[in-house]
Design a protein around this ligand. Structure first.
Ligand code: ATR
Length: 275
């Protein structure tokens, strides 16, 4: 049977490299394929899983929110982020989950030994990706989230949505990003940086030495902003670890297999060969 990743455009997706590697390694005779579809096709995917024609699917840009609206059964992170990146069958019901946030946090933990709990985080962006990650930062008991977004209104909406008794929130101006010395981690969840000439202006004067700058972009391998932080001696991370770790979470939902750290490293190395 097949597993699909659906989106538009989809041709640059690295997910087939990752999943087909694990499928072979665990002797599963399924094939993971990319499929570029229009929005009208989304209900068909749910129907095909229901009818046992496919195992499940990953959903990517721009359909994560549309798929959320189509599903009756949703897991915790899908509900919190209002977005679905994985569909799977559980006891004959079709469920949607969002594994992006867990993938992001697990990549930080595995690659940088960084635990989110009690940390202060600056999140750049208030789009779909930001919602997915913030949902999991809160599950893992982050202490403070500072938001900066080009369009202030979307930042305000995000804070209203996630406000709770345990997390401190603050909004700062996109044109004046000046993190204070309490910040442990900066996450760029925006698409700004995908083009080589795009640099996010961040005033570094107050930053602590141990701060990590992390970008969820993985193409290019190093964004300009990552390069600037590296030049100043700070630790950086791109989005490839998140991609592979969110894939591992999807694999677990489809096959109930907990992939090992070695499985994750091997899949990441395969992706790295394509740069
Ligand atoms: P995704 O699901 O990938 O997060 P999205 O919901 O369209 O996509 O969100 C894109 C994010 O990147 C937003 O935070 C967006 O800022 P706006 O809310 O102001 O649109 C941000 N973004 C995109 N292009 C940007 C740019 N050129 N400069 C700054 N931020 C940008």
């Amino acid at each position: 049977m097949n597993i699909y990743v659906i989106g538009k455009p989809i041709k640059h997706s690295m997910s087939p490299i990752i999943h087909n590697y694990w499928l072979t390694k665990y002797s599963k005779s399924h094939i993971y394929k990319k499929k570029e579809v229009n929005k009208a096709f989304l209900p068909q995917i749910i129907k095909q899983i229901k009818e046992h024609k496919i195992i499940g699917a990953n959903i990517t840009i721009p359909y994560k929110k549309d798929m959320f609206k189509l599903l009756d059964n949703l897991d915790k992170n899908a509900i919190q982020s209002k977005a679905v990146n994985t569909i799977y069958r559980k006891e004959n019901l079709i469920f949607g989950e969002n594994t992006d946030g867990v993938g992001y946090c697990e990549a930080l933990k595995r690659e940088k030994k960084f635990e989110i709990s009690n940390k202060n985080v600056l999140v750049l962006g208030s789009g779909g990706a930001s919602f997915g990650i913030i949902s999991e930062l809160i599950n893992r008991k982050v202490a403070k989230i500072v938001i900066s977004n080009r369009t202030k209104k979307r930042g305000v909406e995000l804070i209203e949505k996630f406000q709770n008794n345990d997390t401190k929130f603050k909004l700062i101006d996109w044109k004046k990003i000046e993190p204070d010395s309490s910040i442990d981690l900066i996450i760029n969840t925006t698409s700004f940086g995908m083009n080589e000439n795009e640099t996010i202006k961040i005033n570094m004067k107050n930053l602590k030495d141990s701060i990590i700058y992390s970008d969820i972009i993985y193409k290019p391998k190093k964004t300009q902003t990552m390069r600037i932080f590296e030049r100043k001696g700070f630790i950086t991370q791109n989005g490839l670890g998140m991609l592979v770790n969110q894939a591992a979470e999807s694999f677990k939902l489809w096959f109930n297999i907990n992939l090992t750290s070695q499985d994750i490293i091997e899949a990441k190395e395969l992706c790295e060969k394509t740069y």
